[in-house]
Write a protein that binds this ligand. Sequence first.
Ligand code: ARG
Length: 466
Amino acid sequence: MPADDTTRGRLWGGRFAGSPDEAFDRLNDSLPVDRRLWPHDLRGSRAHARMLGAQGIIPAEDAASILAGLDQVGQELGSGEFVFQPGDEDIHTAVERRLTEIAGDAGRRVHTARSRNDQVITDVLLYVRETLEAQEGLLAELMSALLDQAESQIDSILPGYTHLQRAQPVRLAHHLLAYVAMFDRDRTRLRIAWAASRDECPLGSGALSGVGFPVDREAVATELGFERPSANSMDAVGSRDALADYLHFAAQLGVHLSRLGAEFVWWSSEECGFVEVADSFASGSSMLPQKKNPDAAELARAKAARITADAAGLGGVLAGLPLAYNKDLQEDKHFLFDAIDTLDLLLPAVTGMVATATFRPDRMNDATASGFLAATDLADHLVRSGTPFRRAHEIVGALVSACVAAGHGLEEASADQLAAAGLDPDDLPGLTARDSVELKQTRGGTARRPVVDALDAARTRLGTWA
Ligand code: ARG
């Protein structure tokens, strides 16, 4: 049998005598992972074929046949009629094999001046770009859900915690806006990854050294929406920086979603009761009839492990890899797609959970009505009348200790207890949670004015996305 592109059913079969071992095939084939790249593979092949025809590298009729053939391949893949064959080791191979069945020798010309090495990274960059554009929208929806809740809860006050010990009262809106700030930074990282994914077009780099045909790299780059053709062929086929940038964005967003999830788990506990997750975002227990579990929040908490592992996984594959393309790089998509799919699952669910949650100002009031949340404000009050802060801290500390011993909060301190600690019972500031938050008037603080300002600023900023 002549050595052609169907030898052993492989594009690269000419050099080989026997068939690949099945165990090797199972290891080597990436089709199950990369078949989702078919629309991007077709886009890349269309741009490449058009350019080959325009440059006279292949006959114009062949370019036309390739384009028509690619349309048919796209129609078959889109409708599910496409029949994958055992030799289709990845999506690039499958598309070229089918194109050749349809277009004959014209199909055999599509890979002129191209390698799967420049092809695969081009496809993946297109995929990353498209993903980021969609996920930016999902992130914006989450942020607006948080802003809506913050706005409707502008005067709800709950305990703020450090070490998960009640520390000082804060507006719920302020607490939610902290997450909006985190997600806003995630968006900055998203934009960095997006820019990386559309900066340099790898096509025209060939296997590693460039191609020996007068290709028009600018035209291909422009058609595919890249800023420019890549500057170094070895870097273009051997690097995965844009994927690492995506995973860096995804991992940090995953961590933020995890912390928000943890917050909802804790707030929705019977012990806190500050929020009730909607039935549609909770599940029951198969044994305990009374249970309503905040599963969406718990899964958000857990998924960060997976996404940060994906980011570390890609780093592990890349580190120590000599230039240029190595088959190791095929593993990049495993980590990339896992992180993408995880965020695609998580973002709408977390948004829905936030949007449908019912906050419980009554429970927040109960939690801030008594205790020691105003201790720092009392010390600050002494400082305002001249007591050095460290001394004021000691005085209030002694009072807290007396109140703890007597089994009540600061709000029930008697005139004797106050006097014993060195405080004037007739000169006390308001010690309610509302008094406390209203003291924090400066930018970034939790008083009503800076929180309303922060809300407005966040809304304006979100409105400028797109
Ligand atoms: N399936 C391969 C990947 O995902 C495509 C590139 C193969 N290149 C090669 N020289 N074997 O990386």
